[in-house]
Design a protein. Structure first.
Length: 295
């Protein structure tokens, strides 16, 4: 597998910064996925590199399941349910930020994957069946999810081949659509995703979002923050494991106080393991973010 070169436009390395000191203003320690950050600016684009080591505490996920139950509606349709608790939101955000707890977008993606897994366990009568995210065409985050919300994870299978299922997913709270995931590709396995030496895909997505936020300087000032709205075409080729060195190369094409768009390549030990074509965020004043999260 070819090694990933410098991101487009990069000619020199930037100065390494302690990413944890910036991110810890917002997140709990368990929700911080970038250790070191480098920023490189040029005429065309702002590039950033987030680096982290996959440690045991990041792969040994002592967190509650993101799906409580699954019901089959038809041959191609099913619904998962989750009551979001405080335990689901640990780390988003910490008490020093002044922000209320939220169920982050990457865990909503995890909930969809876990719902597909539970559906497969019911259909196959194999309690050890697993599910691994390969990617999706797009994700839209439409509403903020908070503790106490009862979510319905509506799944519709659009294709299945060679142990992979493609699903359209709509996450709802009552009649409100909270998020959508289009053409989500999930590999159905013998349960290897239970291996606690692996760093799962939604964690890589969150690490990428944090790197993009650092690259755009959206976390820096303290009087505003990014609200991630959507993710474009995303693909994963291999899982990261304990001990791997992860580097996430991002390019931010639109920045500033109004928001930004970014793309990213994800590497493990220098080898490409994933790519995200677009992440879009709006940067809002902190007081506005607080009001939105308390609705």
């Amino acid at each position: 597998m070819a090694k990933q070169e410098n991101p487009p436009g990069q000619t020199t390395e930037g100065k390494a910064e302690d990413a944890k000191s910036t991110l810890s203003k917002w997140y709990g320690n368990n929700a911080i996925y970038v250790d070191i950050f480098e920023k490189i600016e040029n005429d065309r684009i702002i590039n950033g590199i987030g680096r982290m080591k996959v440690s045991i505490d990041r792969t040994d996920r002592k967190e509650p399941s993101c799906v409580d139950s699954v019901s089959i509606l038809s041959v191609t349709e099913a619904i998962g349910r989750l009551t979001v608790t405080d335990e689901h939101t640990v780390g988003h955000f910490n008490k020093y930020s002044g922000l209320p707890s939220v169920f982050p977008g990457h865990k909503q993606i995890r909930a969809a994957v876990e719902a597909v897994r539970e559906l497969e366990r019911i259909k196959s009568k194999n309690s050890k069946a697993g599910a691994v995210l390969w990617g999706f065409d797009s994700v839209e985050f439409k509403k903020i999810v908070t503790p106490g919300n009862l979510l319905e994870i509506n799944m519709r299978e659009i294709a299945r081949k060679n142990g992979v299922t493609w699903q359209d997913v709509e996450i709802k709270r009552g009649s409100e659509v909270m998020a959508t995931i289009n053409n989500m590709a999930v590999e159905l396995t013998d349960g290897r995703e239970k291996d606690n030496t692996e760093f799962i895909e939604d964690q890589l997505i969150e690490a990428t979002a944090q790197t993009a936020g650092l690259t755009s300087n959206s976390f820096g000032a303290g009087d505003s923050m990014p609200l991630f709205q959507s993710i474009g075409s995303t693909k994963f080729y291999k899982r990261a494991r304990t001990g791997d060195g992860i580097s996430i190369h991002t390019g931010v094409s639109v920045g500033g106080k109004s928001g930004f768009e970014a793309f990213a390549t994800i590497n493990a030990n220098g080898n490409k393991i994933g790519q995200i074509d677009r992440i879009r965020a709006t940067v809002v004043p902190l007081n506005v973010a607080k009001r939105m999260m308390r609705r």
